[in-house]
Design a protein around this ligand. Structure first.
Ligand code: MG
Length: 358
């Protein structure tokens, strides 16, 4: 029987070609923990746990400690053929630590797919290896945003994501500046990252509706824990509202559905902890008529590749949010996901297609 032989971690810091700026931070690197799971035949699977201090609270040091400690202990010695049971054991090994769990879950799936000689999308049941993605505009003033938006449309992107929620007084003007710059045919989605009160959210979104901004959706307008506030906003604006930080796992999504607190949900592996949970979230949302995207944190081609594979296999109702690795000046890996204009391209080679660090 082939068994899981070991779990190893490596820190990775990869430079961006353009600084990534949000209400909460400015960064010029993607910082992540790469995990490699090796089986007793010497086959290796890859995954990653990104540093996400401002959202999930997870750090590189915490992810390393979790992966090398309790998560390594629970998988080492298990049969690699028993993927579902091993991934369930990972989910139940520790509380929280969703990014570390997702890293190991993805690495175990990558390993299993490689053993069968299948790409991760094919292993998950689809032959789709190319998906469209949105691109985020780094936070800035109206003029800078309008100029950047024009460049991104020139790069081929048809769906732009704007960070708002920094200053309710100027959010409307900045969104309208971008809309004017890109014209009516580009989709414009907003992410407030919990930055508004419920009343501010209704005021800003209503003003955008009145001004004809034609916003596709507004993501996480209010603080994650304020589901009453989220439902209050959703009931009062015509623009679809998407839950992101409010939904980590299935219990959260059930509560959002029960309260009709949002129209859409953004599923991320670093919040839900693994591919099976991610798929269950998408299936549950679709069964209840919710719109969906799959997104990621600031991650490398490993984590974005896993998210793209999930989006390809489960399907999403809206263009996914898979631009994180687009921001990298160069891929830190040999092989793996790449970008072609506004498309994410997954290699049709074994697993995630990552063959080593550069
Ligand atoms: Mg978001």
């Amino acid at each position: 029987m082939t068994r899981v032989a070991g779990v190893a971690t490596t820190r990775l810091s990869a430079r961006l070609h353009t600084p990534f700026v949000t209400a909460l931070r400015r960064t010029t690197t993607v910082d992540t923990v790469v995990v490699r799971v090796t089986d007793s035949d010497g086959v290796t699977g890859w995954g990653e746990a990104p540093q996400v201090w401002q959202v999930t609270g997870e750090s590189l040091a915490g992810a390393e400690a979790c992966l090398e400690g309790p998560l390594a202990a629970v998988v080492t010695g298990r049969s690699v053929e028993d993927l579902a049971a091993t991934c369930r054991a990972v989910q139940h090994a520790v509380a929280g630590n969703h990014g570390a769990k997702a890293a190991l879950d993805v690495a175990l799936h990558d390993l299993a797919a490689r053993r069968q000689g299948l790409s991760l999308p094919r292993f998950l049941g689809t032959d789709v290896h190319r998906l469209p993605t949105d691109v985020t505009l780094a936070a800035g003033d109206a003029g800078t945003l309008a100029a950047t938006a024009g460049q991104r449309v020139g790069d081929g992107f048809e769906v732009l994501k704007m960070k708002v929620g920094t200053d309710a007084a100027t959010d409307v003007a900045r969104v309208l500046a971008v809309r004017e710059a890109v014209g009516p045919d580009v989709s414009l989605r907003l992410d407030a990252n919990q930055g508004w009160t419920p009343r501010e959210a209704v005021t800003v979104v209503s003003a955008l509706e009145d001004a004809g901004a034609a916003v596709e959706l507004v993501e996480q307008p209010v603080p994650a824990a304020d589901l009453d506030g989220l439902a209050w906003v959703t009931a009062r604006v015509g623009t679809p509202v998407m839950a992101d930080e409010s939904v980590y796992g299935l219990r959260d999504l059930v509560e959002v559905i029960r309260r009709r607190a949002a129209d859409h949900v953004n599923v991320k592996l670093a919040k839900c902890g693994g591919l099976s949970v991610g798929r269950a979230l998408l299936d549950l949302a679709h069964a209840h008529g919710m719109g969906t995207i799959v997104g990621s944190m600031m991650e490398s081609p490993l984590g974005v590749g896993a998210a793209a594979s999930l989006a390809a296999a489960a399907g999403t109702t809206l263009v996914p949010d898979l631009d994180a690795a687009w921001w990298l000046a160069a891929s830190p890996f040999h092989g793996g996901l790449s970008y072609d204009g506004a498309s994410v391209v997954l290699p049709d080679t074994a697993g995630l297609g990552v063959e080593g660090l550069r």
